[in-house]
Design a protein around this ligand. Structure first.
Ligand code: THU
Length: 133
């Protein structure tokens, strides 16, 4: 495996340790890499008002965006060992909005599966539609 993918998966695994998942007990870690090679990680943060829960992917992405990052190459996602966990629909939308062309790396702790964000969210709504208004 490409060493930078390996490093990203490791960062996702470390972030998973910080998951605040007391309601679902489903712990998720994500790490997104900028095209310059910087890594921002995130974990899921759950709320007693369940709907306010934030996914690991969106935490990682918004941390990076709020630091002024604009170009991303890949995101790694890890949840349960032995299972591949794909990003939810809401995360796919934000990822395609801010990171078109993004490589999505799913790790089960041993093996990986990779996709592009366009494969995971085909025929997406994006700002191209808004520009027509
Ligand atoms: N979760 C994520 O962090 N990422 C996903 O893509 C799927 C779901 C979290 C949200 C919630 O804390 C828990 O997993 C169960 O849905």
């Amino acid at each position: 495996m490409n060493p930078s993918d390996q490093q990203l998966i490791q960062a996702a695994g470390l972030a998973r340790q910080h998951a605040r998942a007391r309601y679902s007990n489903f712990r998720v870690g994500a790490a997104i890499q900028t095209t310059a090679g910087k890594i921002y990680s995130g974990c899921n943060v759950e709320s007693s008002s369940y709907g306010l829960t934030i996914c690991a992917e969106r935490v990682a992405l918004t941390k990076a965006l709020s630091e002024g990052e604009n170009e991303f190459s890949a995101i790694a996602i890890m949840a349960r060992d032995g299972e591949f966990t794909p990003p939810c629909g809401a995360c796919r939308q934000l990822l395609i909005d801010y990171a078109p062309g993004l490589k999505i790396i799913l790790s089960d702790g041993i093996n990986v599966k990779t996709y592009t964000i366009e494969e995971l969210l085909p025929v997406a709504f994006d700002d191209a539609q808004l520009r027509k208004v």
